[in-house]
Ligand binder design. Structure first.
Ligand code: MSP
Length: 512
């Protein structure tokens, strides 16, 4: 089975920060989880490089737009490398393959009668790259997101007949039995979209005449394609549209488009309308998460409070940074984060709970069993208990991208094993019953191996390392793939008797 997952393509006028990282890490965790569940995953990210915003940013920096795009796009690639993002493809909208796809879609829409020309006057917010009507603005006449007054612009543009898709969209967004049903998540945001849709749709500007930095319309080279139309089409360009029919058919429609609430409208209304206009199938799911603020403030360059991926990695290490960013606030609603809370969660979940479990287990094995999996009759009771704790709700939460809940289930499982150690009091067994001690340590190792396979999508590198530390056999990815199909623990466990263990060092040093 295939699974096509996308992040938004990010504007190159900004450097990658924790906001972009949030969506990208969450998508990566989903992609890794799906791969472990034997899906053939295509995971796409990239950069959105056209439009007035980019042209202005380049001018301010004394660069050509293309120079700025090359430089900034590389920064996103570096950030994703740093965060261990396993994308299948990274698309840039300035690539030739994308021009071909955009030209084809735009021409198709014209041929099918969905494009017309008209003189237009409207209020344009450069930050959002969109026209607003008076009713969309706040009480001060500003864009509620950028808090700036959109400028009045007047030009002759091509328009897209968005209004003619209102009924078809309503049907597809509200009727789960429709064969082209698009699921919008979460429910509250879906209701907002439906509410707005019911108020009626206006046709939208499809091209700009004054902006050169874009893809020229194939039928009127003096105009460029509106940057949002250009950007959305990236999702089909990357899987081969229109030239590579085989890969396109293999992966389209998208299984989930992920993004924050700021751009849900474009993905759940405008994008499906464009696809319907050209007769292409619609995405299955559009999932928007909330916006997060830092210490109660919006993150912005001017406030100087933007957290970079590098800062996160420097402080917590790659794996912990990935884990913390996606588990600190629930995935869906808005939330506030702070360095203090990130550190508190790091110390609680990783240094104290997980780190402590690994370290105390290995220390006992080192002291009493020569750093080997103790020789004993395999006891899988605890591992089975852990499996029951994790099992169904973990998978359900991962599939629904409720990553904070999935992580909580894992923390409960870790706590369960730590508690079992307190109950067993192996430090007294060491004096009284070495056979029982061997069996206990063996059982902790098996329980840990189950937990680690589930942590793998969140923390890929350190999970592999822990797999070695606990002497578990085979490659963790291959073993987890098999385990996720049949949920069967091998008769002798994953950490087989007499296997060599490794001293872990301090996996998650406490941070004060
Ligand atoms: N280029 C468009 C997207 C086109 S997709 C066809 C764009 N780019 S953006 O650089 O502004 O990225 C917006 C996205 O970045 C959000 O939807 C979200 O995924 C992520 N975030 C940026 N800041 C964020 C927060 N403060 N909080 C959560 N997510 C944030 O829009």
């Amino acid at each position: 089975m295939k699974c096509y997952i996308t992040t938004p393509i990010y504007y190159v006028n900004d450097i990658p920060h924790i906001g972009h990282s949030y969506t990208t890490i969450a998508s990566d965790i989903l992609a890794r989880w799906k791969r472990l569940n034997n899906f053939n995953v295509f995971f796409l990210t990239g950069t959105d490089e056209h439009g007035i915003k980019i042209a202005i940013a380049a001018k301010e920096k004394g660069k050509t737009p293309q120079e700025l795009c090359d430089e900034m796009s590389a920064k996103f690639k570096e950030a994703w490398k740093l965060l261990n993002i396993s994308y299948t493809d990274f698309i840039r909208t300035t690539e030739q393959r994308h021009f071909i796809a955009v030209e084809k879609i735009v021409q198709d829409l014209l041929d099918k009668g969905f494009i017309f020309k008209k003189k237009y006057e409207g209020l344009y917010c450069v930050g959002c790259e969109r026209f607003f009507t008076q009713k969309d603005l706040d009480e001060n006449g500003c864009c509620s997101f950028h808090k700036t007054k959109p400028a009045l612009q007047s030009e002759e543009n091509y328009f897209f007949k968005l209004s003619s898709f209102q009924d078809a969209l309503l049907e597809r967004l509200t009727n789960p039995n429709h064969k082209e049903y698009i699921e919008i998540q979460p429910e509250e945001r879906k209701n907002e979209i439906i509410g707005k849709l019911k108020l009626g749709l206006e046709d939208i500007s499809f091209s700009r005449s004054a902006i050169e930095w874009g893809i020229p319309l194939p039928f009127d080279k003096k105009q460029t394609v509106y940057v949002w139309v250009d950007a959305l089409i990236n999702y089909i360009t990357a899987i081969g549209y229109p030239k590579n029919e085989v890969t396109f058919q293999k992966y389209w429609p998208a299984d989930v488009h992920l993004m924050a609430k700021d751009i849900l409208w474009f993905h759940s209304v405008i994008w499906p309308a464009i696809l319907m206009g050209t007769g292409l199938p619609l995405p299955k799911k559009v999932y928007s998460h909330g916006f997060f603020t830092l210490d109660g403030n919006k993150m912005s360059k001017s406030l100087g409070n933007v957290i970079s991926p590098q800062e996160l990695v420097d402080k917590y290490g790659v794996d912990a940074a990935r884990y913390l960013v996606v588990t600190l606030i629930p995935f869906g609603p808005d939330g506030d984060i702070s360095w203090q809370e990130l550190t508190l969660k790091y110390n609680t979940d990783l240094a104290n709970n997980l780190g402590n479990l690994i370290s105390r287990t290995i220390k006992m094995a080192e002291k009493h069993f020569n750093l080997q999996v103790p020789e004993t009759k395999p006891d899988l009771e605890l591992a089975k208990k852990v499996t029951t704790t994790i099992k169904e709700s973990f998978a359900l939460n991962m599939d629904n991208i409720q990553l904070h809940k999935a992580a909580e289930i894992l923390q409960n499982a870790i706590t369960l094993v730590n508690r079992q150690i307190e109950i067993d009091t192996p430090w007294t067994l060491a004096k009284t019953d070495m056979n029982k001690l061997a069996s206990c340590i063996y059982s902790y190792l098996q329980a840990i191996s189950i937990i680690i396979m589930h942590l793998l999508s969140f923390m890929p590198s350190i999970s592999e390392k822990i797999w070695q530390i606990i002497g578990a056999s085979g490659n963790i990815n291959e073993t987890a793939k098999k385990y996720f199909i049949d949920a069967i623990i091998p008769e002798n466990g994953f950490s087989v008797v007499n296997s060599q263990l490794q001293t872990p060092g301090i996996l998650f040093p406490r941070i004060v």
